[in-house]
Design a protein around this ligand. Structure first.
Ligand code: SF4
Length: 614
């Protein structure tokens, strides 16, 4: 039977070294070979105990980065004489032990209990799905009903669903402060990026397999995790949650009206049954405010608030974050809101140009109110975005206000240029594209808004000159990587948001994937690819998408694109390595980890387009 060998390793030293080395980040790598679950249970118990001993001695003031977690997990396994393949599992256990006391100190009524639906009895489960996931009928055929019953009795909110976005949404909405979760190592790997690095207390129990069907788990561990209780005060780790909530809260309808009072009187759109009853003069503002308060991750205003906080002491992420947040001025909040307002305006116009049907799971504005009205509301939001900053000059100072407006205007113009280039390509009969063309469009379409969000936070905090160039380069690399990931996600679909695979092909968008395919295919395949992007070709949509996927795979496009994401991510992290102070550097690392969420493993082959954007 496998056992953990004795060791004298000083884990605190290992952890300190890992923390010290956090000024340099490791490169991304394949992780599929690191996700084995130790067998048997006795070995898992021993390793979990070792993780607990190590975690108990770690400095809890800041969340561990992914690299730090991996470094400590590797050392722990090596000293225990266990293989590298357990690294993913050990990282989850280490993170769980790191947060265990803080979860235990959170009242169960403020905890979320998260279960995966693959635990259900696949053949006989009578439960249906609703908007909150699987609606278990407690038939007793699997452990879900028992876990759920115990957690609900203690006051937990329970969700049988998967995916970190919905979990983050629930946390940001303010209903819960900690998570007890069960998931496979694939899901937990992503959760580490989205949840743990944000500083959200979470104890996770890994499934014993990642088969997605009739899975199992160490049930005693789950019961123990659910019942965690702690009455003593505990040290609280730095967290971005308060800032995330502040960013989202600015767009709550009441807070939105407090910070940016409407000029026209009248009901909100959500209170009206018949749109015809809208006052004609108030209609534009009413629709605009309604759209501003709708969905979205509010990542741009979060970035602005977080940069401002990082450069003014990082108090909002500390143990007294709630109080620090209350001290953020309304002028700073309005400047952060302006970024989201521009973003929302661009979404309205984008949806018209692409004739998208859905936005935030609802009908797009132009489909609901007509194209002319939607264009006009988008224009209104642009005006509102500028006014949110321009009227704050008395508080922010003329220099900062002018710098922020200049940054916003620059981002606005570049975005329009990028979008214009995309539209020109779409309307042209020539459908070939080089990777350089695609990357130039990406650098214009995504990066400037990201840069504006970062630099607005810098300007709000004071001295900005030394950050101008690094922020520009950081934003460019993260923006390009983000856009490539968006291309890749287009081939994965998203039923929750009513998106379908291959929408870029059907919408005739010039993507890097297409450019890489044009570069990698022979003449005959290229000609076929070009014909598939022609919406007037008469080829049925499903066949077009399937053939494009085939040709992309033939050209190795998905692997190449993932590799490119890797390169841009490395560059962004190298820039972050040199940034002072610590609070801002940590934030940049967090942004890289949370913005660049990948579903595919990076490929081995390198496509170097390094010089393309310089
Ligand atoms: S206990 Fe619930 S989830 Fe499990 S099989 Fe029965 S209905 Fe499905």
């Amino acid at each position: 039977m496998a056992t953990v060998s004795e060791t004298n390793t000083d884990f605190v030293a290992t952890a300190d070294e890992a923390r010290d080395s956090s000024s340099r980040r490791s490169r991304r790598r394949k992780t599929s070979h690191l996700k084995s679950v130790p067998e048997p249970l006795e070995l898992r118990e021993q390793l979990r105990l070792r993780c607990r001993e190590v975690a108990d001695r770690l400095d809890k003031s800041t969340p561990l980065t992914k690299d730090q977690m991996e470094s400590i997990a590797r050392q722990l396994l090596a000293d225990a004489g266990q293989p590298e393949s357990f690294v993913g599992w050990a990282m989850v256990m280490l993170a769980s032990e790191f947060w265990r006391e803080q979860v235990a100190a959170t009242d169960p009524s403020r905890r979320l209990f998260l279960l995966p639906h693959c635990l259900k009895h696949a053949e006989g489960c009578p439960a249906d799905y609703d908007e909150f996931g699987l609606d278990c009928e407690t038939c007793g055929a699997c452990s879900i009903a028992d876990f759920r019953g115990m957690a609900e009795k203690m006051g937990y909110r329970v969700l049988v669903a998967e995916g970190s976005p919905i979990v983050l949404k629930i946390i940001v909405s303010g209903y819960v402060d900690a998570i007890v979760g069960v998931a496979c190592l694939n899901v937990l790997e992503k959760a580490i990026d989205k949840v743990l690095l944000a500083g959200i207390p979470c104890v996770a129990v890994p499934l014993l397999s990642s088969d997605c069907r009739n899975t199992s788990v160490d049930e005693a561990w789950v019961n123990e995790a659910i019942q965690l209780q702690q009455t003593q005060p505990v040290e609280r780790t730095r967290s971005y949650v308060h800032l995330m909530r502040a960013a989202a809260n600015m767009f709550d309808p009441d807070e939105l009206e407090r910070l940016a009072p409407r000029s026209r009187s009248g009901p909100r759109l959500s209170d009206i049954d018949d749109i015809e009853t809208l006052d004609a003069i108030a209609a534009t503002e009413t629709i605009g405010y309604d759209f501003l308060s709708k969905g979205g991750k509010h990542s741009r205003p979060f970035i602005t608030l977080a940069v401002h906080d990082a450069l003014t002491g990082g108090h909002a992420t500390g143990p007294d974050g709630q109080r620090a947040l209350a001290e953020i001025s309304d002028s700073v909040r309005r400047a952060a809101m302006s970024i989201e307002t521009f973003h929302k305006a661009s979404l309205v116009h984008d949806d018209i140009e692409d004739d998208d049907k859905f936005r935030y799971g609802e009908m797009t504005m132009h489909r609901r109110f007509g194209i002319s009205t939607a264009i006009n509301v988008g224009d209104y939001l642009i005006g509102l975005g500028y006014r949110l900053v321009s009227r704050e000059a008395g508080t922010l100072g003329a220099e900062a206000t002018s710098a922020i407006l200049d940054g916003l205007a620059d981002a606005h113009m570049k975005l329009s240029e990028g979008q214009g280039a995309e539209l020109a390509w779409r309307d042209s009969s020539k459908k070939m594209l080089t990777p350089l063309d695609a990357l130039k469009i990406y650098a214009l379409k995504t990066s400037p808004a990201f840069e504006a969000a970062l630099m607005t936070g810098v300007h709000l905090a004071g001295d900005s000159e030394k950050y101008r160039q690094p922020m520009k380069l950081f934003a460019r690399n993260v923006g390009v990587a983000f856009q490539i990931l968006n291309d890749l996600k287009d081939w994965q679909g998203d039923q929750n948001n009513k998106l379908v695979s291959g929408a870029d092909v059907l919408g005739g968008r010039p993507t890097l994937l297409l450019a890489l395919a044009c570069e990698g295919l022979d003449e005959q395949d290229r000609a076929e690819l070009e014909s598939l992007f022609d919406s007037g070709s008469g080829i049925e949509q499903g066949i077009r998408v399937a053939r494009v996927r085939y040709l992309y795979e033939k050209a190795g496009v998905f692997e190449k694109a993932n590799r490119l994401v890797d390169k841009h991510q490395d560059r962004a992290e190298a820039i972050a390595d040199e940034i002072e102070p610590d609070e801002l550097r940590r934030l940049l690392y967090y942004l890289v980890d949370s913005v660049l969420e990948r579903k595919e493993e990076p490929a081995v082959k390198v496509v170097d387009l390094e010089a393309s954007l310089s």
